[in-house]
Design a protein around this ligand. Structure first.
Ligand code: WQD
Length: 328
C-alpha cells in the first residue's frame, strides 16, 4: 500500500514516515522544505518538493504515484505566530488543505489522516478531556484552523465519500530511540526543546511562565506524548479507517499530566546539568491544565501510548546533545 505524506520531512511527519516504512508501506513525501529536512527521511521515502496549494502538482502526483491514502502533516503550528499573523495560518492550514482535499476528490483518493490538535478544546472545563466532554473552543488562529478543517472533513465525507480520521495531538515531544531523527529546535518554542537548549548551554536559562497556578507545584499541567507513540497511532488510524470507512476523531495523549516543573526537574536529572530556570509572569492564553482521556483510541484503534515523560526527555536529550545543530 502506498501513502502520500504531506509535511513528511518535518518532525512528526518524519517519525511517521519511518513507522510506515517499518510496517511495509511505500511512502511518497510532499514537502515544501520550509521546515523540513531531507535527511529526516533516512533515504526511506521518495521526496517531492512542492506546496499543497499547487493543484497541478497534486494532480500529477496523484496520477503518477496513485497513493491509496494521504497523511497530512503540512501546516504551521506556532500558536503565538498565528495570533500575530492569522492570514498566514488560514491560508496555509485551511485553504492549503482544501486544495489538497479537492485534488483527492478529483483523483478519487478517499482516505485521509489529519494532524489536528487538543487546542480545538481551548481551555477545557472537564478533565481528562475526551473527544466529547468539552465544547470546541479554539482560542488562536492556529487552533481555529485545525477546528475548521475537522468541520470541512465532515462535509467532504458527506458530499464526496472522502473518509478521514482527525488525530488531536496533545503535547508532542521526544525523538527516535536510535537518535537518528528528532525535532529541529531552531523553530520550536515548545517547553521540552526550550528546556534542553538551556541544559546544553545553547541558551542561558529557561523561563517558567508562571508558578502561581492552582496546581500541585503552581505550574501548568500538560499531557506530553512521545512522537514515536504518535507515529504508531497514525498507522493504526489509517488501517482502522480502511477497515471501517468511518470518519471520526481521536485524542492522542498519555492520559497523564505533568507540570512544567516536572519537565524542568526531569531534564536536570537526565542531563546532569543544573541549568537556570527563572519564574516569570504567566503567558496569556495558557490553560491551567489539559490532559487526555484516550479511551476511545484505546478501544477503537487498539492503541495506547507506551512511553512517558522519562522516555520523552531521555530521547530528546540524546537527540539534541548528539545533534546540537539538528540536521544542519
Ligand atoms: C507547554 C507548557 C507553557 C515554554 C502546544 C503546542 C500546540 C498544540 C498544543 C499540537 C505551558 C510552559 C513553555 C517556555 C514555559 N500542539 N512553557 N516556558 O502551549 O501547551 O501548546 O501543545 O498541536 O501546537 O504549541 O505548548 O510547549 O508552548 O507550553 O513555561 O519557554 O510549558 O506555559 O504551560 P502548549 P508549550
Amino acid at each position: 500500500m502506498k501513502v502520500l505524506v504531506t509535511g513528511g520531512a518535518g518532525y512528526i511527519g518524519a517519525h511517521t514516515v519511518r513507522e510506515l516504512v517499518n510496517r511495509g508501506y511505500e511512502v511518497v513525501v510532499l514537502d515544501n522544505m520550509e521546515y523540513g529536512y531531507e535527511k529526516a527521511l533516512l533515504g526511506q521515502a521518495k521526496l517531492v518538493r512542492g506546496n499543497i496549494a499547487d493543484s497541478a502538482l497534486l494532480d500529477s502526483l496523484f496520477q503518477t504515484e496513485k497513493p491509496d491514502g494521504v497523511m497530512h502533516f503540512a501546516a504551521y503550528k506556532n500558536v503565538g505566530e498565528s495570533v500575530a499573523n492569522p492570514s498566514k495560518y488560514f491560508n496555509n492550514n485551511v485553504t492549503g488543505t482544501l486544495s489538497l482535499l479537492d485534488a483527492m476528490v478529483r483523483n478519487n483518493i478517499n482516505y485521509f489522516i489529519f494532524s489536528s490538535s487538543c487546542s480545538v478544546y481551548g481551555t477545557p472545563q472537564n478533565l481528562p478531556a475526551s473527544e466529547t466532554n468539552n465544547p470546541f473552543n479554539p482560542e488562536s488562529p492556529y487552533a481555529l484552523s485545525k477546528y475548521m478543517v475537522e468541520q470541512i472533513l465532515k462535509w467532504y465525507d458527506h458530499s464526496f465519500g472522502l473518509r478521514s480520521i482527525s488525530l488531536r495531538y496533545f503535547n508532542a515531544a521526544g525523538a527516535s530511540f536510535d537518535s537518528k531523527i528528532g525535532e529541529d529546535w531552531t523553530m520550536s518554542l515548545n517547553l521540552v526543546p526550550v528546556v534542553l537548549k538551556a541544559a546544553l548551554g545553547v541558551t542561558p536559562k529557561v523561563l517558567i511562565f508562571g508558578n502561581d497556578y492552582p496546581t500541585r507545584d503552581g505550574t501548568c499541567i500538560r499531557d506530553y506524548i512521545h512522537v514515536v507513540d504518535l507515529a504508531d497511532a497514525h498507522v493504526a488510524a489509517l488501517e482502522h479507517l480502511r477497515a471501517t470507512n468511518q470518519t471520526t476523531a481521536y485524542n492522542l495523549g498519555t492520559g497523564e499530566g505533568s507540570t512544567v516543573q516536572d519537565v524542568v526537574d526531569l531534564a536536570k536529572r537526565i542531563s546532569g546539568v543544573d541549568f537556570v530556570a527563572e519564574v516569570v509572569p504567566r503567558r496569556l492564553g495558557d490553560p491551567v491544565g489539559i490532559w487526555a482521556d484516550t479511551s476511545k483510541a484505546e478501544i477503537e484503534l487498539n492503541w495506547k501510548a507506551k512511553y512517558r515523560l522519562e522516555e520523552i526527555i531521555r530521547t530528546a536529550w540524546e537527540w539534541h546533545s548528539t545533534h546540537p545543530n539538528g540536521y544542519k
